[in-house]
Design a protein around this ligand. Sequence first.
Ligand SMILES: *Cc1c(COP(=O)(O)O)cnc(C)c1O
Length: 380
Amino acid sequence: MEFKETINFFQDKFNSKDFIPLHAPVFNGNERAYVMDTLDSTFVSSVGAYVDKAEQMMAEISQTQKAVAVVNGTSGLQIAMQLAGVQRGDEVFTQALTFVATANAIHYTGAEPVFLDVDYDTMGLSPKAVSEFLEEFGEKRENSAYNKKTGRRIAACVPMHTFGFPVHLDALMAICSEWNIPIVEDAAESLGSYYKGKHTGSFGQLGVFSFNGNKIVTCGGGGMIVTQSEDLGKLGKHLTTTAKVPHPYEYVHDYVGYNFRMPNLNAALVCAQLEQLDTFVANKRTLAHDYAAFFSGQNIKFRTELEDTQANYWLMCVELENVEERNAFLKATNEAKTMTRPIWQLMYRLPMYQHCYRDAQKNAEFLEERIVNIPSSVRL
Ligand SMILES: *Cc1c(COP(=O)(O)O)cnc(C)c1O
């Protein structure tokens, strides 16, 4: 059988001949105690001590001023872009090599995604692609950047840290600040990942994390907006909680707000899981180290973190030689009950984003044909 040694290695690492998932959650800390506590207190819903605690913990972990707990990462991205000033009819830079939520969140704001290429090494938005686009189409008007071909404002730039590998943030920050384009980091996959010693999500005007079931830390469903701006954080909290003006009994609302709150029940899980984040990352880094050693010298390339970064190794991945090898690998591993998955289809292949602008996408198309996620769970 093809890839037999590799399949044996997965089975050995996960000590299983049965189904091996890509990423299974682990609830070995205070999860039960905290969830029971919400039930005992009856505060399971939109107010409760765990929501405040989860926000404090996330601000601390992400090295930001303010964190706002939301119902999921996608809604967090939508609100973060709104807070960054994105409006109907604007354009927003992002990568085509991402999970569909990034593009959907842009669409929800009424803006259009502009798909720019990723770097080969980070698999995330390429500062060079951003800079080339701006050189060709960019125009500075007053305090904003415009696309002189479409006449639309370029309102934000949304890089995504693919599988927890940080993008080239220094270069991206430099070009975006030159053009006065706010950055909203889609850090949904990069909780526990650092760039030059600073946590991802803390570089942009805003950053967004996800606690979906398959992420490194999960609460069933949930997300967190983080920012260095106290004001944006306060406004974010207000907008995601129906924009209710404090009053002892009257219902007064001063914006079209959203019910994007994270329930206290989920926040209890976030707190218990965050307590274990360092352990989870360390555990995954050990596995990454073993994978790197195993695949070294093979024609299957294990993707490792770049210099100056520390990756959380959320979903680990290998690069196959070509699409035929990739297909053979996917077939053999899945038939052997070890779960592997190809990287996402590029966003402009999906019917709703086919009409959007995209550049040459050389790296994105190369990676789309070759990258495969392999079993990455925390091992007990
Ligand atoms: C998981 C994920 C999201 C969305 O998070 P949800 O909590 O599932 O809404 C957004 N972007 C990326 C890149 C993701 O991986």
